[in-house]
Design a protein around this ligand. Structure first.
Ligand code: ADP
Ligand code: MG
Ligand code: MG
Length: 887
């Protein structure tokens, strides 16, 4: 039979799975010899059994009996005994701290008899009755599910009766009266009496903690934070110490460093003559922890000493709960403290300098998400004149956005097309709002949490979003919303939303680059301040550690140059289709409408020099580094006018319609496809339209030759998209090699170019061994590979039902955001393995959006790819994660 109960002396900090975070750390502190009130922990395994079977596991009660007996022995008191009662707290504590769960019941063991014993022992009648009413209140609220306000109202009434606003003015008799009132509330609202048997109190509280694992709030929280559903919670039984025994007692919280900035110092709050939650509840005003030095110097010194020991022991910033009972300090909780992204960088480097951790560990303490947070543009809060803060919602998707408020998707599109910046404001969004979301700078909703449609879609698009701003009254029909202070914001009024903090402002807050971005841009020196310095150090170490290289997806010289400043080691994906837009559309139209070989060749000949110029600039920006250029991929109709618009135009023109337009319409009709993403695109285009790919290859080769002649070092890699069979690749490859040889002859410069393919169809992955015979590199196009593996049309499904799928837990995160290891990832593994077998040393990379996603970067490292490629802005994040993956 497993062991279900651990004394605090038996556990340690590494047993979080079994004892929960709180229990594991209470045990750790006990074993460090710190003053922790004795107690024991019931394991998460007991909880899982209870939740699974609806009953406590066999043997648990006997084990609890034994541990309770030992605790009573050690304390020299029995639980709830009339003369001198042992009191305990029953505290929940899962592996991850979870605000959605039942919290804690203090003072278990008090009843009508033992309250007198407690009063006599403490020599304080008021304290005893105050403790008793707290027990009934907490027990009623958390174990018996009674509305907490009922109790609070009763306290207010008692204070009113006394003509005071301060709990401190209530005396023993008042609390005694409240105990009676509270018992009445329990009877009326729980349909039972408050249990006077101490052991029954304890057992009911334990079960309530177990049950709270499945409370709605807890389920919601787990979903948002991606915490597994089946961990269960532990329960800690801890003997009580009392901070409410007078002015020489009190309770407080402390951090070993400032969790906001990482600065070293003394941070925390203290409250005299108070118990437990009073500090957090804000019932009375706390004093800064430094005041404790004046109040109780001995305890203060001891506390600082313990904090230092804890930091050295955990080798990290810790947060702490403590209580002082009549001049004696007790430690009630510690854990590695949560911190802001900036503090995370600073603290890691401080600990590194102190020699507490090495550079590997410092790097591993920081996440790519934290770095990304430091890179979002921010509001320049120093320049907020004329701006009003309206409310705060949930920080659903980070960034800072400014624009005119609009209330419908149509208006968002209209105004955006006129060049206006807009913020789409809705009660909640639905799939019909997608176009408006795309057009807007940011999205603001008054309903829904972090898995709501608005939040999911905005994050997917990297768009700033504040959701669930519940204080706002949004009236879409009237085109306005009302803030809690009565301010009415109508369509066209400028608002600013901060997706990193959730703040919403009326007026325009100026937006600026973050200092970390200024540093990456080279506008801020690496030693400009402590934060930038820390980022610089961590990045350098990550680069040294990384096995994966990081490239960027960039289609123009500016993006390529920025990517390089951000540390990219080449371009993993240069799309060429963007080069066919704008003025060049007409040439593409000519190409598509060509009725003879010579007409077609004329169009291609006109396009070629334009393409060549594009490539020259990119090779120059990436001199000496590889540039992977993907030949044209999207279906051709994307370059032609819209079918409906064109039909209308011709119909309106009647007899006057031009011949050109008629032919265009015919072509548009001919090229129309039911499923364009599965239609005539990628390598298929290259095979169907003679000369198209050759023109592109020629442009690449000539650009490379030009650069070489100018003294540069171009490194082109030619990439064929959407290959499903090696035969497709072989055909294209033959032509390409011929063109390369021709250009070498003509220019007298032979620039070697690799020829490879994207792996973005399941068939390509499954026949990668064959394909590798004709490919010098593979680049996993995981956007299409995810679409084709799941059969999801990305543009449709994300807006249509992904929020439902996330809520239902079908996946914890969109497979377009984080690579789906089991499905898509398996195809990647197969292709990597078979590709290497067929062609040892074949270059392998990934160029889907997953290339900038932390978890996916770790996957790529595990599979042993050579590089990941992502948008220029994500390059630092990928570098950091590539380093962390290798540590
Ligand atoms: P949470 O996880 O919500 O912080 P805790 O279990 O830490 O819940 O307890 C809530 C409050 O009660 C904290 O302030 C804690 O320090 C205090 N507390 C818990 N157990 C005891 C105890 N045995 N004696 C005194 N105070 C306690
Ligand atoms: Mg709490
Ligand atoms: Mg706590």
């Amino acid at each position: 039979m497993p062991k279900f109960v651990y004394d605090f002396t038996e556990g340690n900090k590494d047993l979080k799975d079994l004892l929960g975070g709180k229990g594991a750390n209470l045990a750790e502190m006990t074993n460090l010899g710190l003053p922790v009130p004795p107690g024991f922990t019931i394991t998460t395994e007991a909880c899982r059994h209870y939740l699974g079977h609806g009953s406590l596991p066999e043997g648990l009660q006997e084990e609890v009996d034994r541990h309770l007996a030992a605790l009573e022995e050690a304390m020299g008191k029995r639980l709830g005994e009339a003369g001198d009662p042992l009191l305990v707290s029953v505290r929940s504590g899962a592996k991850f701290s979870m605000p959605g769960m039942m919290e804690t019941v203090l003072n278990i063991g008090l009843n009508d008899e033992s309250v007198a014993g407690l009063a006599a022992q403490a020599g304080d009648e008021r304290f005893a009755w105050d403790s008793y009413r707290r027990l009934i209140q907490m027990f009623g609220k958390t174990v018996l599910d009674i509305e907490g306000e009922l109790f609070e109202d009763a306290i207010e009434a008692a204070k009113d009766a006394k003509g005071t606003k301060d709990d401190g003015d209530l005396d023993a008799a008042d609390f005694r009266g409240l105990v009676e009132t509270f018992k009445g509330i329990v009877r009326e609202h729980a349909g039972r009496d408050f249990p006077s048997d101490p052991r029954e109190q304890m057992d009911l509280a334990v079960k309530a903690v177990f049950d709270s694992w499945n409370a709605d709030r807890a389920i919601l929280y787990r979903r948002q934070e991606r915490i597994p559903v089946d961990l269960g919670t532990a329960v800690n039984i801890c003997s009580m110490v009392f901070g409410n025994l007078g002015q020489d007692s009190g309770t407080g919280v402390a951090f070993t460093r400032d969790p906001a900035s990482g600065q070293q110092g003394i941070y925390g709050d203290y409250l005299q003559n108070a118990q437990g939650e009073d500090v957090v509840a804000g019932i009375r005003n706390t004093v800064p922890l430094t005041d404790l030095e004046r109040i109780d110097k001995a305890s203060y010194d001891q506390l600082l000493d313990i904090m230092e020991r804890l930091e050295n022991h955990y080798r990290d910033m810790c947060d702490i709960e403590f209580t002082i009972e009549r001049g004696k300090l007790w430690m009630l909780q510690t854990r590695v403290g949560k911190r802001t992204a900036a503090a995370a960088f600073r603290i890691a480097c401080q600990l590194l300098d102190q020699g507490l951790i090495d550079a590997d560990e410092a790097t591993d303490r920081i996440t790519g998400d934290q770095l990304a947070q430091l890179m979002f543009p921010r509001f320049d809060t120093a320049r907020m004149d004329g701006v009003t803060r309206l409310t705060k919602g949930m920080n659903a998707s980070p960034g800072a956005a400014v624009g005119k408020a609009v209330f419908t998707s149509e208006r968002a599109k209209e105004l955006a097309e006129q060049g206006e910046d807009v913020i789409l404001v809705r009660r909640e969004t639905n799939p019909d709002d997608l176009a408006g979301m795309v057009a807007a700078q940011g999205v603001l909703t008054s309903r829904g949490g972090k898995t709501s449609h608005a939040a999911v879609v905005a994050r997917g698009m990297g768009k700033t979003c504040v959701c669930g701003a519940e204080e706002l009254e949004v009236d879409v029909k009237a085109g306005k919303f009302t803030a809690p202070d009565g301010t009415v914001v109508s369509e066209g009024d400028v608002i600013s939303i901060d997706g990193t903090s959730g703040e919403v402002y009326l007026g325009e807050v100026p937006v600026m680059d973050s200092p970390v971005v200024q540093y990456f841009e080279g506008e801020l020196a690496a030693d400009a301040d402590e934060l930038v310095q820390a980022v610089d150090r961590i990045m350098k170490h990550a680069d040294e550690a990384a096995a994966l290289k990081v490239r960027a997806n960039a289609d123009n010289p500016e993006d390529a140059a920025r990517a390089r400043r951000f540390g990219a080691q080449g371009i993993g994906l240069c799309r060429t289709e963007h080069m066919f837009l704008g003025d060049r559309r007409q040439l593409v139209e000519k190409l598509i409408l060509a009725e003879s070989d010579s007409e077609r060749q004329d169009a291609l000949d006109a396009l070629e020099p334009l393409q060549r110029a594009d490539f020259t600039g990119i090779f120059e920006a990436m001199d000496g580094l590889p540039v992977t250029i993907r030949l044209i991929d999207p279906p051709l109709h994307e370059f032609l006018p819209d079918l409906t618009e064109l039909s209308v135009k011709i119909a309106l023109a009647g007899d006057k319609a031009t011949e050109q337009d008629r032919r265009l319409l015919e072509a548009v009709n001919r090229l129309h496809e039911q499923n364009p993403m599965l239609g005539l695109r990628g390598v298929r285009l290259g095979l169907v339209i003679p000369g198209l790919f050759s023109m592109q290859v020629r442009a690449i080769a000539e650009a490379a030759a030009d650069r070489r002649k100018a003294g540069g070092d171009p490194r082109p890699e030619i990439m064929i998209p959407l290959v499903g069979a090696v035969q497709e690749l072989e055909a294209v490859r033959e032509d390409a090699e011929q063109v390369l040889a021709e250009v070498a002859r003509e220019t007298g410069v032979d620039v070697p170019a690799l020829i490879g393919t994207m792996i973005e169809l399941p068939r390509a992955a499954l026949t990668a061994g064959q394909i590798a015979e004709a490919a010098e590199f593979f680049s996993f196009g995981t956007n299409d590979l995810t679409q084709t593996t799941w059969g999801f049309s990305r543009d449709d499904v994300e807006a249509a039902f992904f929020s439902r799928y996330l809520e239902a837990g079908i996946f914890g995160v969109s497979p377009f955001e984080t690579l789906d290891r089991e499905g898509v990832g398996r195809l990647v593994r197969i292709a990597a393995e078979e590709g290497r077998k067929a062609r040892p040393g074949i270059k392998l990379g990934i160029c889907g959006e997953h290339g900038g996603d932390p978890d996916s970067v770790h996957f790529c490292h595990e599979v042993g790819l050579d590089y990941v490629s992502c948008s220029p802005f994500r390059v630092p994040v990928a570098r950091l994660e590539a380093g962390r993956a290798a540590i």
